[in-house]
Design a protein around this ligand. Structure first.
Ligand code: ATP
Length: 233
């Protein structure tokens, strides 16, 4: 089943900057898609279109078969988790409140929010006591783990990740990648994950999309991509 479908998508920013150029891409339900490509090729634009932060100039973007232009964007965003490199935790809220922020907006009762936060913490091997701490008291890797589970809090079917591990040291990064793969085995979300790192793209992705100058240049399974790269290098 196709969950997200880009049909001849073009995005032109003010100043005539073409960020996406006639892009076609279908993302399947439960698929882990990694997106790579040179800086400025349009990766973040593609991602932000899925949660309505950027609207297409031309073409159709369908989410669950519905044109994004006809979807209530606020309701859509509640069904989409979003993880970014800069983590984006609220510094003045403790970890519990950070994790359950969206649940509170959705009107979920306090004891249920607490239970959900505990459950999510255990998924990434963090102690219950962490809930009372503030972001500044955690390491970069721990903060990014919170960023990931916060995106999972409302159990959204789609997770968007924009270079989530880009600023993390090499060793912690490998651990976070392994944890994410384990989580995905259990949760089977549709994940779109941007990275600059080809190794990360091949390790995590069921398929890898290579974007260049706003176009989809190549899409292949990690095995196929490995063969393509071997031929190129
Ligand atoms: N709000 C904006 N207004 C004008 N131009 C923009 C805007 N956002 C992005 N662009 C331009 O569109 C192009 C694509 O940007 P985008 O951020 O999607 O690329 P990217 O592949 O994610 O880059 P990076 O890997 O460096 O983050 C770039 O040339 C960028 O300068």
């Amino acid at each position: 089943m196709i969950e997200i479908s880009f049909k001849n998508i073009k995005k032109i920013y003010p100043g005539e900057k073409i960020a996406l150029d006639d892009l076609n891409l279908e993302i399947k339900k439960g698929e882990f898609l990694t997106v790579i490509g040179p800086s400025g090729c349009g990766k973040t634009t593609l991602l932000k279109m899925i949660n309505g932060l950027v609207m297409p100039t031309q073409g159709e973007l369908l989410i669950h078969g519905k044109n994004i232009k006809d979807i209530d964007i606020i309701a859509l965003r509640r069904k989409i988790g979003y993880v970014i490199q800069q983590i984006g935790l609220f510094p003045h809220l403790n970890i519990e409140k950070n994790i359950s922020y969206v649940l509170k907006i959705m009107g979920v009762e306090e004891d249920k929010r607490r239970k959900r936060a505990e459950e999510l913490l255990s998924l990434v091997g963090l102690e219950k006591e962490t809930l009372e701490m503030y972001p500044r008291e955690l390491s970069g890797g721990q903060q990014q783990r919170i960023g990931v589970i916060r995106a999972l809090a409302a159990d959204p079917p789609i997770i968007l990740m924009d270079e989530p591990f880009g600023a993390i040291d090499e060793i912690t990064r490998k651990t976070l990648q392994d944890e994410l793969l384990k989580l995905q085995e259990r949760l089977k979300k549709t994940i779109v994950f941007i990275t600059h790192d080809i190794e990360e793209a091949m390790k995590l992705g069921d398929r890898i999309a290579l974007i260049n100058k706003g176009k989809l240049e190549q899409i292949a399974s990690s095995k196929e991509m490995f063969l393509i790269l071997e031929l190129l290098l």
